[in-house]
Design a binder for this molecule. Structure first.
Ligand SMILES: Nc1ncnc2c1ncn2[C@@H]1O[C@H](COP(=O)(O)OP(=O)(O)OP(=O)(O)O)[C@@H](O)[C@H]1O
Ligand SMILES: [Mg+2]
Length: 343
């Protein structure tokens, strides 16, 4: 019993969890489906806050949490349980004090895995990236979600071959869209048993608040970073759109280095190019990276007003040339008139 309980998490709100209007709205929608008895599936591109939100929902449900991460190698027994352990029985016979006789044998022991534990005790299951597991491994979920009944393989220590799912059992699933590498198509029947909510990248206020909360950087500096990352995302030129993770990485690096974007503009530029070019290209093709770096250079220059400084300087030089021309013309005229006087 104790063995199986070691995988249970205590739901606790994250200390730096950001709750903006956007986050609250999604949370309330998801909770309304959960309260009506339906499992919720958060689907969206990488970095849209699915895992964090799933854990947040679990903390609102206020039941212990069992977490599973989808895995290509999973089989049903990884979810349900199996004869994973041995129990060693040792008999020590000291009937005659000078003769010690011991006898050992091993008995196979069934160990419930996380899904069974969640169903049995009515815990909240957070199945993160469930489409990374092969669909046949997830088949067991069909009857759990519909009939509230779990089929158990034979050999589970003489107990019933099925388990009635506790009414408090709830499930929150997350997944990346199907075009992501290493992701399987989820079965239609499984998707049909849950409410899927499609998440997109955060709105401006949430992205800014998360960047600030995670890095403890000033609002002004965080704004510069968020503007650059959002600008790159909106350019539509990236193989993968940059995410809030890019904002957090840049902000944390700046903080750790005790730099600010305006005072150390070239280091900041380099940092943005390194982090954002690596985040947005899968194979690291040079053409892609160069294109991203060029866009980042322009965005950083715009944010820091470097672009403006260049154009102001350019205009100043141009007008200086123009003044020179007027002056030189004046001089020319003067010298001409002088020449006229002298003649
Ligand atoms: N509401 C929030 N408050 C604070 N931080 C958040 C919040 N939502 C997301 N984050 C942070 O944003 C980052 C991305 O979030 P998360 O890991 O939940 O995304 P995901 O959609 O699960 O991404 P992936 O598909 O890559 O697993 C993480 O660093 C996370 O801590
Ligand atoms: Mg995740």
């Amino acid at each position: 019993m104790i063995d199986e309980m070691t995988t249970v998490l205590e739901p606790r709100p994250l200390s730096d969890f950001v709750e903006t209007k956007y986050v609250k709205e999604i949370t309330n929608r998801a909770l309304s489906y959960i309260k009506a008895g339906f499992p919720v599936h958060l689907r969206g591109p990488s970095g849209t806050g699915k895992t964090t939100l799933a854990m947040h929902l679990a903390s609102k449900i206020e039941r212990p949490v069992v977490m599973i991460h989808g895995d290509e190698e999973f089989s049903t027994s990884d979810l349900v349980g199996g004869e994973h352990g041995y129990r060693i029985r040792k008999v020590v016979d000291r009937f005659i004090s000078r003769v010690l006789k011991t006898e050992e044998d091993m008995v196979k022991r069934w160990v419930d895995n996380r899904l069974t534990v969640a169903c049995k005790y009515g815990f909240t299951l957070v199945y993160d990236e469930f489409t990374r597991s092969r669909p046949e491994a997830n088949n067991i979920l069909l009857s759990i979600l519909q009939e509230k009944m779990m089929d158990l393989p034979v050999g589970r220590g003489g107990e019933e071959p099925y388990l009635r799912v506790d009414p408090d059992f709830t499930a929150v699933f997350t997944s990346n869209p199907e075009e992501y590498a290493g992701v399987h198509r989820s079965q239609d029947a499984l998707r049909d048993r849950m409410v899927t909510m499609d998440l997109d990248h955060f709105d401006y206020d949430t992205e800014l608040a998360i960047t600030q909360a995670k890095s403890k950087l000033s609002k002004q500096d965080s704004q510069i970073i968020v503007n650059i990352v959002r600008g790159l995302r909106e350019s539509g030129k990236c193989e993968f759109a940059p995410t809030v993770r890019g904002c957090i990485m840049i902000a944390k690096t700046l903080k750790a280095q005790k730099l600010t974007p305006s005072k150390s503009s070239s280091a900041f530029m380099q940092m943005c190019q390194d982090i954002l070019a690596s985040e947005t290209s899968r194979v690291g093709s040079k053409t892609n990276q160069d294109r991203v770096k060029q866009i980042v250079r322009e965005l950083v220059a715009k944010e820091l007003g470097i672009g403006k400084a260049i154009s102001v300087e350019k205009k100043a030089t141009e007008s200086a040339t123009a003044v020179e021309t007027v002056d030189s013309r004046k001089e020319k005229k003067e010298s001409e008139s002088l020449a006229g006087v002298s003649s």
